[in-house]
Design a protein around this ligand. Structure first.
Ligand code: PRX
Length: 668
C-alpha cells in the first residue's frame, strides 16, 4: 500500500479547465482509429451522404441473414425506419458470429460474486446458456413479439436472459432490481408481459433482498393476467414462495434444455427491447428500440469511443437495468467480442478498495463508470490510504470513461492523474436511454481532451444548440441540446404512445423535426466542445439515476389523508450530483418538529415503496402552501433558489402570499 491519501482537491480546477490534453493512446502498437482530419472528413461525409454513410456502417458492423436493400424510410416523420427489409438476429450478432473464430473459447465474462467468489464464462458457454434459456422460454409458450420482464440482480444471468429473449424474437423489458413492486407492476402491466424472469434473492451490500417476493407483490396488484409464468433463478438456497402452475425454477425449466436453439430471424425494425425511463410528466416512458439500428450503434461506438481490441478487458460498472448496461455490458461489448468483468452488488462493497482490486486482478484495460462512483472513490481515498489508487497496480488501464452526469473538472483531473497517470484518455460519454448509445464523446487517441467536456459528437450525430425559436446558437451561448438529423439508434417510439413520443422529442414549437434531448448545453468558445449543463425539464439526476419530479410528487400526494400538495426540486449535492428536495403542504396544521420528523420518515418510505429507495427525498420542508403566482402556477424557480440557499432575488410581485416562504426555510 502506498503512502499519501489523495483527495482530488489538491489543485484548483480553474487552472486546467481550459487546458487541452493530448489524445495519445498508450499501448501495444494499437493503431489510432483515425486522425482528427479524418474524423472531420467522416463527419462531413455523414452529413452530405447520410444514406451511404449509415448503409456502409450497417453492412460492416452487422451479420445479416438477409441484407437490406433500402437504408432509410422517412415517409412518416419522426417515425423513421432504417434498413427495413433486412433480416437478422441480435443474439447471433453477439454470440454465434464468434463461434469458429479465436473468440469462441475466449472469456466473455469474468464474474465476481459479492463474497468475492470468482467465475467465468466463455463465448461458447454463453451461447449454450442462452440457448438453454431460450428453449425454456419457447417451451413455456413465449413467442416472437411477446414481452418478457427481466427483474434480476447484476450478473451473467441477466445478460443471458436478455439474449435468450433476443434469440427467439421476444422483447425484453429489464427492470432495475432496485425498483419497487409498484414500479415493477406498472411496467408489467404497461407492456402486457407474458413472463417475468427473476431470482429468489439479490445479494447487495452484504444483504439478501427477496426479489421473488417483490415480483409476487407486483403481480398481486392486479391487471397482470398476461403473465403466465415466473421463472426463478435460484441465486442462493434461500426458499421462495412458488405459485402452482405459474412459477418454476431454472432447475425445473432450463437445466434440461438443449444447448442448441435455432435463432428467430427478425426484421431490422423489430423491437429488441423496451426500457422505461422517467420523463417530465406522468408515468415513465417505455422506450422501444429497434434491433438493427440500435445494435449497429452499440457495436460501432465500442470502436469509436473505446478503440476496442481483442486483448482488452472491459469493465462497465452499470447495472443491466439501465441503458448503459444494455448497450455497454450486453450488446456492444459482446458484439465486439470483448472480455468483460461483471460484478454482483455494488463495486464499493465491502469498501472502495474493491474497485482497484478488481482492476488489478483482471487487468482491466477499459474502465467505464459514473461520476458518482468517481466522487465516492475520491472521498474514500482521502479518508483511508488503503483505498487510494496509488496502492494498486493499475498499469493495465488504457482508457477511462464515465457517463450519466456532468463530471466536474476536479474529479476529471483526479481520475486522469491518479488513476490513469496521464496516460489514459478520459472518455466522457454523453448519451441517453432514448439514444441507445454514445452521442457526444471524444475518440481516444484522436480528440484532444478537455476536463469536464464530452467534447464533440461522434460521426453521424448532428448535435447542435438552439434557442426557443430553434435558431442555432453560436459557441459560448447556452441553449437546448438538439440533434438535427435522424440516426438509426434513436428509440422508435414510446410503447403504445406515438403521440407522447412526438410531443416529447420532436416538439412542434421547434418545428417538429429536431430531436430535443431535454438537456441544456453550451459550446466552448474556442474549441466548440460541448458542455452538458443538466436537464432543462422536470427530470432529476441523482447519482446518475434519472427521476421524474412528477413521479415523486405523485408518491407524496398519494398519502391522501395527510398531504395536500407537494413540489419536488433538485439541488446540487457533492456526493450524488443532485439531491431530491420535497416541499410538502399538509392537510393539518404545521406539525411540531418531532411530528414533522415522523411524517417525513413515512413520506420517504412511501417514495421508496412507490418508486425506489433511490428516489427518497433527502430534504423535506413543510409549509402552509406552495408559493404560487396569482394564476396558480407553482413558482419552481423560487423553490430552486430556496433549496440552493441563494438570496431570493426573483420578482415576487406575482406571489400570492409571500409569508409562506418563511416556513419553507427549515429542512428536515
Ligand atoms: O442529463 C443527461 C445525463 O443523463 C441523462 C440521460 O439519462 P438516462 O437516460 O438515464 O441515461 C443515462 C446513461 C446514458 C441525460 O439527458 N447525462 C448522461 N451522460 C452525461 C449526462 N450529463 C452530463 N454528461 C454526460 N456525459
Amino acid at each position: 500500500m502506498k503512502k499519501e491519501p489523495s483527495t482530488g482537491q489538491d489543485r484548483s480546477s480553474s487552472s486546467y479547465t481550459k487546458k487541452l490534453f493530448s489524445p495519445h493512446l498508450k499501448k501495444r502498437g494499437h493503431q489510432r482509429s483515425m486522425t482528427m482530419e479524418e474524423y472531420r472528413a467522416l463527419c462531413a461525409h455523414a452529413q452530405d451522404h447520410a444514406v451511404e454513410f449509415w448503409g456502409e456502417l450497417a453492412q460492416r458492423n452487422l451479420e445479416w441473414e438477409r441484407p437490406f436493400t433500402r437504408v432509410f424510410n422517412d415517409q412518416r416523420p419522426p417515425f423513421y425506419r432504417w434498413f427495413e427489409d433486412g433480416v437478422l438476429n441480435a443474439s447471433v450478432n453477439c454470440l454465434d458470429c464468434h463461434i469458429g473464430t479465436d473468440i469462441e473459447h475466449k472469456v466473455a465474462f469474468h464474474f465476481e460474486a459479492e463474497d468475492g467468489a470468482p467465475g467465468q464464462v466463455t463465448y461458447r458457454e454463453l451461447l449454450d446458456r442462452v440457448c438453454r434459456v431460450a428453449n425454456a422460454l419457447k417451451a413455456l409458450g413465449v413467442k416472437k413479439g411477446d414481452r418478457v420482464v427481466i427483474y434480476l440482480p447484476m450478473g451473467v444471468e441477466g445478460v443471458v436472459a436478455m439474449l435468450a429473449c433476443a434469440r427467439i424474437g421476444a422483447i425484453h423489458v429489464v427492470v432495475f432490481a432496485g425498483f419497487s413492486a409498484k414500479a415493477l407492476h406498472e411496467r408489467i402491466r404497461d407492456t402486457e408481459a407474458v413472463m417475468v424472469i427473476t431470482a429468489n434473492v439479490q445479494c447487495r451490500a452484504g444483504r439478501q433482498l427477496p426479489l421473488k417476493a417483490i415480483v409476487d407483490g407486483a403481480l398481486d396488484m392486479g391487471g397482470c393476467d398476461h403473465v403466465a409464468h415466473v421463472l426463478v433463478h435460484e441465486r442462493t438456497s434461500e426458499p421462495w414462495n412458488s405459485v402452482d402452475g405459474r412459477d418454476g425454477s431454472y432447475k425445473e425449466y432450463v437445466d434440461g434444455q438443449s444447448s442448441f436453439c435455432a435463432p428467430e430471424m427478425v426484421e431490422a425494425e423489430h423491437p429488441l427491447f423496451i426500457l422505461y425511463t422517467s420523463g417530465s410528466t406522468g408515468q415513465p416512458k417505455g422506450l422501444v428500440h429497434a434491433t438493427a439500428g440500435y445494435l449497429l450503434w452499440a457495436k460501432q461506438t465500442m470502436q469509436w469511443s473505446y478503440d476496442i481490441h481483442p486483448d482488452d478487458v472491459f469493465w462497465c460498472t452499470a447495472d443491466i437495468g439501465w441503458v448503459t448496461g444494455h448497450t455497454y455490458v450486453t450488446y456492444g461489448p459482446l458484439a465486439a467480442g470483448a472480455t468483460q468483468v461483471i460484478l454482483e452488488g455494488t463495486p464499493l462493497y465491502p469498501n472502495a478498495g474493491r474497485v482497484w482490486q478488481v482492476i488489478q486482478k483482471y487487468a482491466v484495460s477499459i474502465f467505464y463508470t459514473a461520476p458518482t462512483l468517481i466522487r465516492a472513490l475520491i472521498k474514500a481515498a482521502g479518508q483511508d490510504k488503503d483505498y487510494a489508487p496509488e496502492g494498486y497496480d493499475l498499469s493495465s488501464l488504457r482508457i477511462l470513461s464515465s457517463v450519466g452526469e456532468p463530471i466536474d473538472p476536479t474529479s476529471w483531473m483526479w481520475f486522469y492523474q491518479k488513476v490513469g497517470h496521464e496516460n489514459c484518455p478520459y472518455i466522457d460519454t454523453f448519451f441517453q436511454s432514448e439514444t441507445g448509445g454514445h452521442m457526444i464523446a471524444p475518440i481516444p487517441g484522436v480528440t484532444p481532451l478537455l476536463p469536464g467536456s464530452c467534447t464533440l459528437p461522434l460521426p453521424g450525430i448532428a448535435a447542435a444548440i438552439v434557442d426557443e425559436s430553434a435558431e442555432e446558437l453560436p459557441n459560448g451561448k447556452g441553449g437546448m441540446l438538439v440533434i438535427k438529423r435522424p440516426w438509426p439508434a434513436l428509440a422508435r417510439t414510446i410503447w403504445g404512445d406515438d403521440q407522447r413520443y412526438r410531443e416529447s422529442y420532436f416538439p412542434e414549437e421547434l418545428g417538429g423535426t429536431l430531436y430535443l434531448a431535454g438537456d441544456g448545453a453550451i459550446r466552448d468558445e474556442e474549441t466548440g466542445y460541448f458542455h452538458i449543463t443538466g436537464r432543462i425539464d422536470d427530470v432529476l439526476n441523482v447519482s446518475g439515476h434519472r427521476l421524474g419530479t412528477v413521479e415523486i410528487e405523485t408518491a407524496l400526494i398519494g398519502w391522501e389523508e395527510m398531504v395536500a400538495e407537494a413540489a419536488v426540486i433538485g439541488r446540487p449535492d457533492e456526493n450524488t450530483g443532485e439531491a431530491v428536495c420535497a416541499f410538502v403542504v399538509l392537510k393539518h396544521p404545521i406539525p411540531t418538529r418531532e411530528e414533522a420528523e415522523k411524517i417525513a420518515h413515512v413520506l420517504r418510505q412511501r417514495v421508496a415503496r412507490d418508486i425506489s429507495p433511490i428516489a427518497k427525498p433527502k430534504d423535506i420542508r413543510f409549509g402552509q402552501g406552495l408559493p404560487k403566482t396569482r394564476s396558480g402556477k407553482v413558482m419552481r424557480r423560487l423553490l430552486r433558489s430556496i433549496v440552493r440557499g441563494e438570496a431570493l432575488t426573483q420578482d415576487m410581485s406575482t406571489l400570492e402570499d409571500p409569508s409562506i416562504l418563511e416556513q419553507f426555510m427549515t429542512t428536515l
